[in-house]
Structures are given as structure tokens and as C-alpha cells.
Design a protein around this ligand. Structure first.
Ligand code: CMP
Length: 138
């Protein structure tokens, strides 16, 4: 699994209509897309995904936002995919994100920050399995 990571184009980015631009940036950066679909999560599904953050003060806002509209979930392939995707996304807080990163360009705030990416190979495998069946991965 080491060349795979998991990504989400979050509801704010889909609402703005920039999902196509983000996907193009991903392809231009040399990733292969191994899985892709548009979904609208229930609150419960989003709470399950972000369970590690359940004691954090922002958990309620985060899961409400992530279930507020459609998002695009993706499985991305590249050498060292986890750090490569995190570099392309930029820092969680768009004000701290480097020029040229997706969050610098498309995120509005730390909560509505356009994209998500796995933080480790182990979590990438867990997150991919949370959203995709084997048949949906090419
Ligand atoms: P993400 O990479 O999806 O993982 C957890 C998310 O919590 C993070 O992106 C942020 O969008 C969101 N979040 C909201 N508020 C905060 C905060 N104060 N600190 C860190 N993450 C936050």
C-alpha cells in the first residue's frame, strides 16, 4: 500500500465548483487516480471517519461540515504518496500554507480547508477501506 494514499475534496471545494481544477492539479503533479467517487456522507459516517478527533473542541463543527454536502473521495498513487499528497495540499491552516499549494489557493479557513489527506501509510489503508470496496479500485 506504500504508494497509495487517500484524499477528500471537501464540501466547500465542491460547492465552489473547483473539484475539476483540484483533480487537474493532482494529475499534473504526477499522481495516478486509482479510485474516485462523489459521495454525500451522513453525520454518522463522518463521525466514524474522524473518530480520532472526537474529544477535540472542533469535532462537532468538523463532522457537521463534512456531512453538509457532496465531497469527492479519491485513492491516489505515486511514489511516497502520503508525503507527496500532503505537500501538494499544504498546511491545514490555509494562512500557513505555502504558495502553490491547494489549500493556499482553494481553502477558506482551517475548518473549510478544501482537501483532506492521510497522515501515514497505516491511516491511508484504514481510510481507503472506510470508503472504497476492492471493486472500486483500479
Ligand atoms: P483534516 O486533514 O481533514 O483533518 C482534521 C480536520 O479538522 C482538519 O483537516 C481541519 O479541517 C479540521 N479542523 C477544524 N478546526 C481545526 C483546528 N482548530 N485545528 C486543527 N484542525 C481543525
Amino acid at each position: 500500500m506504500s504508494n497509495l494514499t487517500f484524499g477528500i475534496i471537501k464540501p466547500d471545494a465542491v460547492r465552489k465548483g473547483v473539484q475539476g481544477a483540484i483533480i487537474q492539479r493532482i494529475l499534473d503533479d504526477g499522481f495516478k487516480i486509482r479510485g474516485l467517487k462523489l459521495i454525500h456522507q451522513t453525520r454518522k459516517h463522518a463521525e466514524g471517519f474522524y473518530e480520532v478527533h472526537k474529544e477535540r473542541p472542533f469535532f462537532g463543527d468538523l463532522t457537521e461540515f463534512m456531512s453538509s454536502g457532496p465531497c469527492v473521495v479519491m485513492v491516489l498513487e505515486k511514489e511516497n504518496a502520503v508525503p507527496a499528497w500532503r505537500t501538494l495540499m499544504g498546511a491545514t491552516n490555509p494562512e500557513e500554507a505555502d504558495e502553490g499549494t491547494l489549500r493556499r489557493e482553494f481553502a477558506s479557513s482551517i475548518g473549510e480547508n478544501a482537501v483532506h489527506g492521510s497522515d501515514s501509510e497505516e491511516n491511508a489503508a484504514i481510510e481507503i477501506a472506510y470508503f472504497f470496496s476492492k471493486l472500486e479500485l483500479v
